[in-house]
Design a protein around this ligand. Structure first.
Ligand code: CDM
Ligand code: ATP
Length: 269
């Protein structure tokens, strides 16, 4: 069985409170986009893991795919060993939720393969144990999220009439570090309502609290955002804790931009 975990972007992101458990309460809008990894499982006498594409830092045992496997196997003995192959294409440490997507898709694959019959709500509870962004990928549709990012409320937001450019300059932003740079505060506006206004009005309106500290540490990111606007973006912002910056353009109206050759650039027309 093979699936293609996709990435997400955050449209607006407000960090509202530091919690006693060390996490932060936030509000954001998650939107799925088709930049994909590939994740395959095949029945095998022992649990195996291999990856290709972008190298994933850390030990295989710590890969979120393996952690997702153990999480379900602990509670469901009918989950048998599998050979896992991950082809990594979504940039890592980019604010695109790639690792979280792999974990959530792994839970869904195992649910299907071993006929566990788990509902999305139950799968999302397991996903939340693997990462704050993970539950979103169980639903994988536009959502307004609160709590530490795991409380999901699907919203009507259809951006299929736009084109997207995602730019990743190769900077790996550590999510924990990024949260430590922030002073939580009450949002200045109601994101859930403002996101329903036309994309052309979002500039200066829909904001990501991580931009100030992350742009200050990596000024090149502010320059990428400016370049996206110069190329005709209706809206541009950093996704999550960075470092990917996304531009939303009128359909197929993207001026040519000469990006640095070391950047990874994804265009979704
Ligand atoms: C920045 C976002 O991508 C926005 O969608 C997410 O909030 C990050 O979610 P994630 O990568 O799944 O993060 P996790 O793996 O759960 O947490 C990584 C680290 O980020 C910090 N963290 C994460 C989420 C959150 N709501 N508050 C936090 O303070 C914690 O220090 C945590 O140890
Ligand atoms: N399948 C995986 N894909 C990517 N990273 C993984 C995976 N499994 C474990 N990791 C670990 O998670 C770290 C990346 O997490 P990080 O949260 O920074 O990035 P991400 O999940 O790609 O996206 P985001 O920045 O949106 O959270 C890597 O350094 C790696 O050690």
């Amino acid at each position: 069985m093979i699936v293609f975990p996709n990435c997400k972007i955050n449209l607006g992101l407000h960090i509202t409170r530091k919690r006693p458990d060390g996490f932060h309460d936030l509000e954001t809008v998650f939107y799925p986009l088709p930049v994909n990894d590939a994740l395959e499982i095949i029945a095998h006498p022992s649990l195996q893991f291999a990856s290709s594409g972008i190298p994933v830092p850390g030990e295989a045992a710590d890969n979120l795919c393996i952690r997702a496997f153990h999480l379900l196997q602990r509670d469901f003995p009918q989950v048998q060993p599998v050979n896992i192959h991950l082809h990594k294409h979504i940039p890592i440490g980019a604010g695109l939720g790639g690792g979280s997507a792999d974990a959530a898709f792994m839970l869904r694959l195992l649910n299907q393969k071993f006929q566990l019959g788990l509902s999305d709500t139950v799968l999302a509870d397991y996903a939340a144990q693997l990462g704050s962004d993970c539950p979103f990928f169980i639903y994988n549709r536009p959502c307004y999220a609160t709590g530490r990012g795991e409380i999901m409320d699907p919203i009507d937001l259809d951006l299929s009439g736009y084109s997207f450019v995602l730019v990743h300059p190769g900077i790996h932003v550590n999510t924990g570090w990024a949260f430590k740079q922030l002073t939580p505060q009450a949002p200045a506006y109601a994101l859930r309502e403002k996101i329903q206004s036309p994309v052309a009005t979002w500039r200066g309106l829909i904001t990501n609290d991580f931009e100030a500290p992350v742009f200050s540490a990596y000024p090149v990111l502010a320059g990428i955002k400016e370049q996206l606007y110069a190329a005709g973006a209706l809206y541009a912002a950093m996704s999550g804790s960075g470092s990917a910056v996304v531009g939303i353009f009128p359909k197929n109206k993207i001026a040519d931009i000469l990006w640095d050759a070391s950047y990874r650039v994804f265009t979704i027309r």
